[in-house]
Design a protein around this ligand. Structure first.
Ligand SMILES: Nc1ncnc2c1ncn2[C@@H]1O[C@H](COP(=O)(O)OP(=O)(O)O)[C@@H](O)[C@H]1O
Ligand SMILES: [Mg+2]
Length: 287
């Protein structure tokens, strides 16, 4: 613990002295090989990527190019066959599985198809779950979950079960659940994939607002060129490799300034909305 605080302190000092700050996420030479019987698929071929805190990164590429594998491996959900993934200065694959799981719960949010809402829970119960899992007191968890539902425009739907909500509303509950613990990073795998265009636009607006107003770091896979164009950064994959990486001004305004991982840990961005959840857990409580 002391060593970690010392490292953060050192990072903050490095930043204040004007030297290059540490990125929130750094992937170095990441390889992933799927073996099915005698067949091997190299789904990630020594991939390098750095993401600064506060970035909204869209990942595009043909089906089978490795986008989902990228999210699974860089988040530590799946093992890798080579390379390293450093999140907030912590090497994900150097820690034991149980600690990686805990680190993930504290620092990451997921908007994946595979992470469906729990059908017997109400919307607010689904959203408060990540908070309860990291030990937030039930009354506080309920209040923060209700605030987050308000934030995604579902303040009046807290008592509804998922099957009583539209597809777009369910996806917004999923986003609320991913963001409620103010994770350092949110991974979204085709978050608008099964929504009609109006709902998709609403969900995307929400993600962009959270990124712009609260500095929430988001990495999202999309097939939608409009979403790719609206993101501050667009990376393209083919055959398990990054083939392009462009930073640009998003359609709705300038690229958000990207605080560094160390500055995020030291002084998280203040939520701009009165109904926003309280201080981000960011990485300070991660370890
Ligand atoms: N669990 C798995 N077992 C074997 N091969 C897999 C598995 N998951 C993905 N693959 C293969 O890895 C490659 C990348 O897949 P994926 O990351 O799902 O691509 P994308 O999300 O870009 O469509 C594909 O060739 C796919 O068939
Ligand atoms: Mg995929």
């Amino acid at each position: 613990m002391v060593a970690i605080w010392c490292r953060w302190f050192a990072e903050i000092m490095v930043e204040k002295s004007g030297m290059t700050a540490t990125p929130l996420l750094r992937a170095e030479g990441v390889r992933k090989i799927y073996r099915t019987g005698a067949v091997e698929v190299e789904a990630l071929r020594g991939l390098d990527l750095e993401v600064e805190a506060g970035e909204l990164v869209a990942v595009m590429g043909p089906s089978g190019s490795g986008k989902t594998t990228l999210l699974n491996c860089l988040s530590g959900l799946d093992d890798i066959d080579g390379g390293r993934v450093i999140l907030g200065g912590v090497d994900l694959f150097a820690m034991p599985d149980a600690r990686r799981t805990e680190h993930r719960a504290r620092t990451m949010g997921f908007v994946f198809q595979a992470f469906n809402l729990i059908p017997v829970f109400t919307a607010v119960e689904n959203v408060e779950l990540p908070l309860l899992l990291v030990g937030v007191a039930p009354a506080q968890a309920r209040r923060r979950a209700a605030d987050m539902l308000e934030r995604v425009g579902l303040g009046a739907r807290g008592a509804h079960r998922p099957n009583e909500l539209s597809g777009g509303e369910q996806q917004r509950v999923t986003i609320a659940r991913a963001l409620v613990a103010r994770p350092a990073i949110v991974w979204a795998d085709e978050p608008t994939g099964n929504l009609d265009s109006e709902m998709a636009a609403q969900v995307m607006d929400l993600l962009r607002t959270l990124n712009r107003d609260e500095g929430q770091t988001i990495i999202l896979v999309t097939h939608d060129p409009g979403i790719g164009a609206a993101a501050g950064r667009l990376i393209r994959m083919r055959d398990g490799a990054l083939i392009s990486d462009e930073r640009r001004a998003p359609a709705n305004g300038p690229v958000p300034s990207a605080p560094s991982a160390s500055s995020m840990a030291a002084s998280p961005p203040a939520p701009s909305s009165p109904s926003a959840p309280e201080a981000p857990d960011a990485l300070t409580s991660a370890v």
